[in-house]
Design a protein. Structure first.
Length: 80
């Protein structure tokens, strides 16, 4: 899905008028990078809280519009 969305944005940027093509392509690429960076920061926040509560981070999976931070519970802690 991310590839399709990225290609759509690139095609839209190339067809737009006003700025040079390279500026529009860099803008679209930068926006996608910022989106993934924001998702990564959000998921690392979940991982940080898990570690502070005694758990561990097993894996962080990033998707274009979200992510999953796989963590483990602290020993002896039951879910609420």
């Amino acid at each position: 899905f991310l590839v399709i969305f990225f290609v759509y944005q690139l095609i839209d940027a190339v067809n737009a008028k006003g700025l040079p093509v390279w500026v529009r392509v860099v803008t679209v690429t930068g926006n996608e990078f910022l989106l993934l960076l924001t998702v990564l920061c959000h998921e690392m926040g979940h991982g940080t809280m898990a570690r502070r509560r005694g758990g561990d981070i097993a894996e962080v999976l990033l998707w274009p519009f979200g992510g999953i931070c796989f963590t483990t519970r602290a020993q002896g802690r039951a879910p609420k």
